[in-house]
Design a protein around this ligand. Structure first.
Ligand code: DLL
Length: 433
């Protein structure tokens, strides 16, 4: 039997859902026009007033919002609530090294927890579940996002956070974890370590997993399901829109239901910005219509995918997006952490002791992402003692780690060994696919 956290909302007839969206969109546009200078200016440039938005059909006339807009208004310029109403801040990396900061009111945290609770129940969780959250806690939205949803559901919530894999597995066994929340690559790694420790999936009580924050394939889903003995669900989200639980797939694993009472999804041609027909790939654009602190209108996610409004066997009426199939920019996701090559470049430039020729190599070893940065040193440096090179390597590693918050390897290479390109430099060699 299919279970729902909020059946009335999740199964709302589409016509009614559309009316609700229209009402909420009008309120959201009013809110940003009144409270956020950026939106007011953008709408005025287009000669638009909030009253011009009469229904969801008018959404397409509104200007887009981009990551650049968030950078220009850093840190709090896009907040639509006064700071005394903001109760939480999260952040994710931006294109130029500056973080994108997002803020939540008490009500926002509640709406987020509601969406996460819906996802958990969609994965089969109940009040009786024991949910182990191994997403990172902190500025990243994964940990606290999943945590509040699990608590709202009334499940036993285990805030394991990341790291110490053997201890995670011991906890999983001793506490009788039934639902696992982590990145898919970490789920694979857990599966492997379980085997190395001499266990089989039967030694655990795992039933379901909500895995996301990075792209993963259907193949990987099969492997995770076999290695952990659970049903693996794909959960999607981004800090700017809310965090995890913008969408997730149900037991039919045929697209991710977007909680459309909170988020409107559009698919646009990344070059022209025009809407593309249902089922066709394009850039996913989201508008938040149930958010106070940091509402976003037509946010260009840079994620590529499609959407379908066809009926789903699970009974939920909310649209389904495809698994994200790539990005329109050069953002890498390494162990769930967003990394822009430009961030690494800034570190190298700031240190100033190498040439600007570098390459980032990403591999998946034992199911864990490993990032190596190869950097050419100058002829003069090359003539220097090895000692000097070692300390330079260490310095770069520690700077990159402090900027990105993830570990990496640095390899200094001889002058002129990194291939030059005639066009755009190929900065990234991603061997994970
Ligand atoms: O990754 C939020 C999240 C946490 C989602 C935990 C799911 C689970 P950001 O760090 O802002 O937020 O990164 C957002 O990650 O634009 C996608 O490119 C990528 N992404 C997130 N979920 C998926 C997924 C969190 N299920 C960026 N499949 C997004 C593919 C995903 N890519």
């Amino acid at each position: 039997m299919e279970r729902y956290w909020n059946a009335a909302m999740e199964k709302m007839p589409r016509e009614q859902l559309r009316d609700l969206q229209s009402d909420r969109l009008k309120a959201a546009v009013n809110r940003v026009y009144t409270n956020v200078e950026h939106y007011r200016n953008k709408m005025q440039e287009k000669g638009m007033l909030p009253g011009d938005i009469k229904s969801v059909d008018d959404l397409r006339h509104l200007p887009f919002t981009t990551k650049l807009d968030l950078r220009d208004t850093y840190p709090f310029g896009m907040f639509a609530s006064p700071m005394h109403e903001i109760v939480r801040i999260h952040a994710s990396s931006g294109t130029t090294g500056k973080q994108t900061v997002v803020g939540y009111t008490n009500r926002d945290i509640d709406v987020w927890a509601e969406c996460m609770a819906r996802c958990l129940v969609m994965a089969g969780a109940t009040k009786e579940s024991r949910v182990q959250v191994c997403y990172g806690y902190g500025l990243f939205t994964g940990g606290l996002g999943a945590h509040y949803g699990a608590e709202k559901l009334g499940a036993v919530t285990i805030p394991a956070s990341t790291g110490n894999t053997q201890r995670q597995i011991t906890m999983m066994k001793d506490f009788g974890t039934t639902v696992l929340c982590c990145t898919p690559s970490y789920a694979m790694y857990l599966g492997e370590t379980i085997k190395d420790m001499g266990y089989t999936p039967d030694d655990f009580k795992l039933q379901a997993g909500c895995f996301g924050a990075e792209p993963w394939s259907e193949n990987m889903r099969n492997e995770i399901e076999a290695a952990l003995g659970l049903k693996a669900h794909d959960i999607y989200g981004l800090s700017e829109i809310m965090g995890p639980s913008v969408s997730q797939d149900c037991r039919y694993q045929n697209g991710l239901h977007v909680w459309e009472d909170c988020y409107i999804i559009e698919i646009v041609d990344p070059d022209t910005g025009e809407l593309v027909p249902e089922g066709q790939n394009g850039e996913m654009v989201f508008t938040t219509i149930n958010k106070e602190g940091f509402p976003l209108i037509r946010y260009r996610t840079r994620d590529i995918g499609s959407v379908t409004y066809e009926k789903c066997e699970c009974g939920r009426t909310h649209a389904r997006m495809s698994k994200p199939q790539g990005r329109t920019d050069d953002m890498l996701i390494i162990r769930g952490v967003n990394v822009f090559p430009s961030q690494i470049e800034s570190v190298l430039l700031a240190i100033g002791e190498t040439t600007p020729n570098y390459q980032i190599i990403v591999e998946r070893i034992n199911n864990l992402d490993l990032m190596t940065v190869e950097i050419e040193i100058s002829e003069a440096m090359f003539a220097d003692a090895v000692r000097g090179l070692e300390s330079l390597e260490k310095k770069i590693v520690s700077q990159i780690e402090s900027v990105l918050g993830i570990s990496c390897k640095v390899r200094l290479v001889e002058p002129k060994t990194i291939a030059r390109s005639e066009g755009k430099a190929k900065r990234v060699i991603d061997k994970r696919q």
